[in-house]
Design a protein around this ligand. Structure first.
Ligand SMILES: Cc1ncc(COP(=O)(O)O)c(C=O)c1O
Length: 494
């Protein structure tokens, strides 16, 4: 292995060497191992010279330090099991079983799962909606302060910024109110691995990212989770966990990471993360500058859409919303006020224009664009929207606004999750306590969490989402969900 060599180069050189593998994996890098044999060439295990992620001291330690330098953090860990694993480890390191936690109600399901695993009592911050687009607004720092004063036993606060739709909160102010009260701030920035890459610009200490968007999370939060795979050139499942300051017990954090990550982390995934970091060092600045240009051209082209509306910070910045920025890579296309649903728009883009979107809801569809999109992709999206816009009609009847009504928590999530349960038809569940999650996917934000009292309005919202053709996890094909019959007497009661 030579100095400066990437993990991928080291693996490739090793695959060409005369070493014979008397070790795992079972494919033995053999060309005879089936149709995927080519992919196995660099798929090794922890052999001499290739370090061990669970006690990194060599090539993997260097790769993680490189990532930490790029993001300007104190310490960065590679995750081979997505942000999911980072969120679980972060929440569990920041709390002890039975603790209380404050979390935004629009957190990803992994935060809820961590609450179950640690038997946490969750208190919620309920984000408002940005009504023009039917998407969640950012998190209001003052309200976080008020909630922490009301629930002072909370050990940690978890917020998502940016959201799935790209809404960025004022993390600096949130960090101030959280830290003033001696709590830990965890920012789920799974969708923001491309924000605030100061190292890549060579402007260390600058608080603007190369996309021009501030990334306070990396500087001010205690724990930040990034899915590299969501917005950067890296393989699916690759993610990072960043740590700053001394509020988090790093020994416990490492213990959780080693419990929750595979004991055989994939070298292919780790090489992909190292390669992504190097790519950003070399090409990040130019790529993000090009992305900004493509975005501006796209905005000019779609400026005169008659009915469809593309979400932009400029449209909402004058309003009293909490967001501080809107990621340009999340193109939210609103169909509100037209005779088309978001799902129909997404279907038309697929069938007629061969454009596959990230997700579709009742009143909008979401296209994700990254630094790897060239002018052609942006142009095709703009042309398709102009084409569809030309043929749709204005609809005066307003489509139902997204509901943000949630059930009152009667039990902790762990109590409800471990309870004896029965499966009931949706219409029979009002008045019962849910034993499980009901989660539209994507984006993976639970409508119902275990322990919450179900009511008529929630059932209507679940039915509305299912009718729109969205995938709603937790509801069986026959339309049944799990409700609590009796709490298990061996479950933690805090
Ligand atoms: C906000 C948020 N956090 C965490 C995750 C989990 O990320 P991963 O798929 O990398 O495990 C997701 C996935 O969609 C997400 O949207």
């Amino acid at each position: 292995m030579s100095a400066g060599e990437s993990l991928y180069q080291a693996l490739s050189a090793y695959s060409e060497s005369s070493f014979y593998p008397c070790h795992m994996p079972g494919h033995k890098r053999s060309p005879l191992s089936g149709e995927m044999a080519d992919f196995y060439k660099i798929d090794i295990t922890e052999i001499d010279g290739f370090d061990n992620l669970h006690q990194a001291e060599g090539i993997l330690a260097e790769a993680q330090e490189r990532a930490s330098r790029l993001y300007g953090t104190e310490e960065t860990f590679f995750l081979v099991n997505g942000s999911t694993c980072g969120v679980l480890s972060a929440v569990m390191a920041a709390t002890r079983p039975g603790d209380e936690i404050l979390m935004a109600r629009n957190c990803h399901k992994s935060v809820y799962h961590a609450a179950i695993l640690h038997g946490l009592r969750a208190h919620y911050y309920y984000p408002e909606l940005i009504r023009e687009y039917d998407i969640f607004d950012g998190v209001c720092p003052d309200e976080i302060g008020r909630l922490l004063d009301r629930f002072p036993a909370c050990k940690a606060v978890v917020v998502t910024s940016p959201t799935y739709e790209g809404i960025i909160s004022d993390v600096k102010k949130i960090a101030d109110v959280v830290h003033e009260r001696g709590k830990i701030l965890i920012v789920d920035e799974a969708h923001g691995a491309h924000l605030g890459l100061r190292g890549a610009t060579g402007k260390t200490g600058d608080d603007r990212g190369i996309q021009g968007q501030a990334d306070a999370a990396l500087r001010d939060a205690d724990l930040v989770i990034h899915s590299l795979h969501k917005t950067l050139p890296s393989m699916t499942q690759t993610a990072l966990l960043h740590v700053n300051g001394s509020r988090v017990d790093r020994i416990r954090l490492r213990r959780y990471l080693s419990m929750l990550q595979s004991s055989s982390p994939s070298y292919v995934l780790m090489a992909s993360m190292d390669s992504c970091v190097r790519f950003l060092e070399e090409q990040g600045e130019a790529r993000f500058a090009a992305m900004q240009t493509h975005y501006e051209n796209f905005c000019k082209k779609t400026k005169n859409l008659r009915h469809l509306r593309v979400g932009k910070m400029a449209d909402v910045s004058e309003k009293t919303y909490a967001l501080t920025d809107w990621d340009i890579g999340k193109v939210v296309i609103s169909v509100r006020g037209t005779n088309m649903t978001g799902k129909a728009l997404s279907d038309a883009l697929r069938k007629e224009y061969q454009l596959e979107l990230e997700m579709a809801a009742q009143t909008y569809a979401l296209a994700m664009m990254t630094l790897m999109d060239e002018a052609e992709g942006w142009q095709r999206l703009a042309d398709a929207l102009i084409g569809i816009d030309g043929r749709i009609e204005k609809e005066t009847a307003q489509s139902a606004a997204k509901s943000t009504v949630y059930g009152e928590a009667k039990l902790t999530m762990a109590e409800a999750f471990h309870s004896r349960r029965e499966e009931l038809a949706l219409q029979d569940t009002p008045g019962r306590i849910s034993a499980d999650f009901v989660t539209p996917y994507p984006p993976g934000i639970p409508l119902v969490a275990p322990g919450e009292l179900i009511n008529e309005e929630i059932v209507k919202e679940i039915e509305r989402q299912r009718k729109t053709g969205l995938c709603v996890q937790g509801v069986s094909a026959g339309g049944r969900i799990g409700v609590v019959v009796e709490i298990h007497d061996k479950v933690w009661h805090y």
